[in-house]
Design a protein around this ligand. Structure first.
Ligand code: IVH
Length: 686
């Protein structure tokens, strides 16, 4: 009897020890991001605990690390009242508006406006607000914000978030901790790819993914989602053996000591100017955060001041959200037009009621293809959510079904080519309808624009407008015709003078000697873009050799599969393409094979200026450019050739525009470097 008692005592204390140990490693791994033991060692501890608990179920407690995903699916979420309301934040979007907030703070504290108030600033996480309640150190409740007074009890799902401890590192009678559950960006992208591949609806954005995951009735599903959580404040608290924090900074420190993740990059600073600087810094590094942020939150640091300032209409007077310009807006989908591209694919383009989005007026958005329209279920006349991510053409995220009036119309794809009226064809397995007319004016014009583009023959001054004119004046029919144009033919055309006509003829002449890979890209072979063109140039060294290659030869190239191979041989099997190639040869187009391209110091004589934040440090970019023979200057002048623009570029951009200096965003810059055969592996290392 006595022996058994002590056995049980031993088991109990082993369980306790294991739990303590596992909690510590969870903390090191998930919160501190600094594990001390290997996954195998961790698994061994965890498995031992599971074993002991299975043998002695009477010792299982809800705060055991094994009990994260325990519960059965619940039929619905229970409502819970917050002890203290979860306030919302007022917002500002400019320095001026922020200064108004600062003025209100000073007024409220009855101090002069030039008083250097201490502010605590942190990124504003774009996730889902939650409150955790710990009693005697154990997590007893996890709730959503709801309307601020009452939220939903999502405890079972909160427990599956690995970085949220089931037990705090200090025991206090009661602590309510507030923060944001987020869906990490990388995992979000991956999950959406998987969902699309599996025929499931992707989530519109990481915030929806976080909300959707947290509001899953089955915690097993939530546990499969890599949710994370960061905390920034308290609700009510009863501490033992500690005095309450007296500043926001101390609050964050306490959260950290209790064992939760604190919102990253939080900083305290004096005065509104420093806050404005912080806002700029965070805006510039926004893209580097592993989760979405939509601005910063500025809080008066001293709790005593917060209490004096109080709140007004459910918003604190001591805190404010300073938001980035919106990336998503709702606007009217007025119409859908169908555009014919150089591959003859007919694609839908959304015509929108113009809307300001992240500082740009957006009038058009991409709808990609008919499948996308069906998937979104969008109609003409719908209010739609438009989203700009980075620099790309905006996307339509979804229609706002709640705003439908009943007058919306289905989007019907055309049966005939909107440009030449030919009957469109849709091959099985192709997502696009295509115009079968090889001389369809739209296809011809788009092919010529591609021919002249920078990644192809790079003919400066030959844009869509000039191409349109040359076609309508019947001066050209195909790319080869460009090479017999004369200054005299151009001068009478609208927008041309002697000088600009000469320049264009010179640019066309210069384009006769382009790297082979550019020439291959310029041909517009289906599935052959810059990358494949480079592979082909490196393998075959001439158009003639490429022309003679069989599908079997082609598929031996790493990166070229049967579909691309077939597209290439189809291209060279087509008589009119061969005629074009012969015509080009007669016009003296001499693509330069890779071995003859001068690759040493490919950027000599070029001067670059860099502005904004790039994904690699600026001095690395500088080193890379200089190694390739370029000069890197600090200020824009008449001698500058290119302005490389990162995120949040400065005033240099305006100056560049004034002086007509070419601008390259990071993507364009990388492409430019690739074209010039500059080693870009530093970017890949990121
Ligand atoms: S403080 C009284 N700090 O923004 C202060 N909120 O409108 C209340 N949010 O949904 C909030 N990041 O969850 C604060 N660093 C941060 C935040 C943050 C995101 C969310 C919050 C709520 C909304 C407030």
């Amino acid at each position: 009897m006595i022996a058994m008692d002590s056995d049980i005592k031993n088991i109990e204390s082993e369980i306790d020890r294991l739990r303590e140990e596992i909690r510590r490693h969870n903390y090191l791994y998930y919160v501190k991001d600094a594990p001390e033991i290997s996954d195998e060692q961790y698994d061994a501890l965890f498995d031992r605990l599971v074993e002991l608990e299975e043998e002695n179920p009477e010792f299982i407690t809800p705060d055991s690390p094994t009990q994260r995903v325990g519960a059965e699916p619940s039929p619905e979420f229970r409502s819970v009242a917050h002890t203290l309301p979860m306030l919302s934040l007022g917002k500002v979007t400019s320095v001026g508006e922020f200064m108004d907030f600062h003025r209100r703070v000073c007024d409220g504290l009855r101090v002069p406006v030039d008083t250097s108030i201490r502010y605590s600033c942190e990124p504003k996480l774009d996730g889902l607000a939650v409150e955790l309640v710990y009693e005697n150190g154990s997590l007893v409740l996890g709730a959503t914000r709801g309307d601020g007074f009452t939220g939903e009890d999502v405890t079972q799902n909160i427990r599956t978030v690995q970085s949220i401890p089931l037990k705090l590192r200090e025991n206090h009678p009661k602590v309510e901790i507030r923060g944001e559950v987020i869906f990490p960006l990388e995992a979000f992208k991956q999950m959406n790819e998987n969902r699309i591949a599996g025929g499931e609806e992707p989530f519109a954005n990481p915030r929806n993914a976080a909300a959707g995951s947290l509001r899953q009735l089955d915690p097993k599903i939530t546990s499969g989602r890599p949710l994370d959580a960061y905390f920034y404040g308290f609700g009510s608290m009863e501490l033992s053996g500690r005095i309450s924090p007296s500043t926001h900074k101390e609050e964050l420190e306490l959260i950290e000591e209790l064992g939760l993740k604190v919102v990253k990059y939080a900083k305290s600073m004096d005065g509104p100017e420093a806050v404005a600087e912080y806002f700029r810094e965070i805006s510039e590094t926004r893209e580097q955060f592993p989760f979405e942020i939509d601005g910063i939150v500025v809080k008066v640091d001293k709790i005593g001041y917060q209490e004096i300032l109080g709140e007004i209409s459910r918003q604190p007077r001591w805190a404010i959200a300073w938001k980035f310009p919106a990336q998503e807006k709702v606007t009217l989908l007025k119409d859908v037009i169908w555009s014919v591209g150089r591959t003859a694919a007919v694609t839908p383009v959304a015509v929108l009621e113009p809307v300001e989005l992240a500082g740009v007026t957006v009038k058009r958005a991409s709808l990609h293809n008919e499948d996308q329209i069906a998937r979104l279920g969008v109609k003409i006349g719908d209010k739609v959510v438009v989203r700009r991510a980075g620099d790309v053409i905006p996307d339509i995220v979804k229609p706002v079904a709640e705003l439908r009036t009943g007058g919306e119309k289905d989007i019907l794809p055309p049966e005939k080519c909107p440009v030449c009226n030919s009957e469109l064809v849709k091959e099985p397995g192709d997502v696009f309808r295509r115009c079968p007319n090889v001389s369809c004016p739209a296809v011809v014009a788009e092919s010529l624009a591609h021919w002249a583009s920078r990644s192809a023959m790079d003919i400066d001054g030959l844009g869509p407008k000039q191409i349109e004119q040359l076609l309508s004046e019947k001066l050209i029919e195909d790319p080869a015709d460009l090479y017999s144009l004369t200054v005299e033919q151009l001068v009478p055309l609208d927008g041309f003078a002697e000088k600009s006509a000469e320049n264009l003829i010179k640019a066309i002449e210069n384009s006769k000697e382009r790297p082979l890979e550019k020439f291959i890209n310029a041909l517009g072979i289906r599935h052959v873009g810059e990358t494949v063109a480079r592979l082909l140039a490196e393998r075959f060294h001439s158009i003639q050799a490429l022309q003679n290659a069989s599908e079997e030869d082609l598929v031996t190239i790493d990166g070229i599969g049967p579909e691309i191979a077939k597209a290439i041989t189809d291209f060279f099997g087509n008589e009119s393409n061969i005629e074009l190639l012969e015509k080009l040869e007669k016009a003296n187009i001499r693509p330069i094979p890779p071995e003859e391209q001068k690759s040493e110091r490919p950027l000599r004589n070029l001067t670059f200026v860099i502005t904004g934040t790039l994904s690699i440090p600026r001095n690395e970019v500088k080193r890379l450019l200089e190694a390739a023979g370029a000069k890197v200057a600090n200020t824009i002048s008449g001698n500058t050739d290119y302005l490389v623009c990162g995120v949040s570029p400065g005033s240099k951009i305006t100056k560049a525009e004034k002086l007509g200096v070419k601008k390259l965003n990071e993507e364009e810059f990388k492409r430019f470097l690739l074209e010039k055969k500059v080693d870009t592996s530093v970017f890949e290392a990121e």
